[in-house]
Design a protein around this ligand. Sequence first.
Ligand SMILES: [Zn+2]
Length: 160
Amino acid sequence: MSDNWIALIPQNVDSAVTDDQLNEAASLFQDIAPEAEEITVINQSKLRLFDCGGNLERIVCPHCAGDIELEWWRDQVEAGYEEGDDDSENDGESFNLVELELPCCHKHSDLSMLSYSWDQGFSRWGIDVMNPDIGELTAEQASKFESVLGCPIKVIYQHI
Ligand SMILES: [Zn+2]
């Protein structure tokens, strides 16, 4: 059995949010996806990766527009994962974003600057919904979440 998740995170990793905004977004998601198995609010002090799992098809370099091998990316992700610690509220999963030399053009960038298809990203907070069973969010729904959360968001569709 495979699972599908929809995660909502800010487009800009520095966007702040309050617990009230997150809880309101979670209940909005509950209204949109009443069949969802689980709706998790994440708000932790460290960055974590919200990846698209098996939906990852292509990564493009922001400098030279060259393709970046998925295998290279997976190696960097493995290296960037940090063990959980006590100040994280959820499972303690966190990610250390560092400047890397890219294999395509040898320019420097961190993993959050790369262009992913399907989209994925890094954030300290977000809403993660398991098996929402709604397909994709409509543009109207996404903009509702943006007004609740107070910033532009990324919608990440994860397939596992
Ligand atoms: Zn490049």
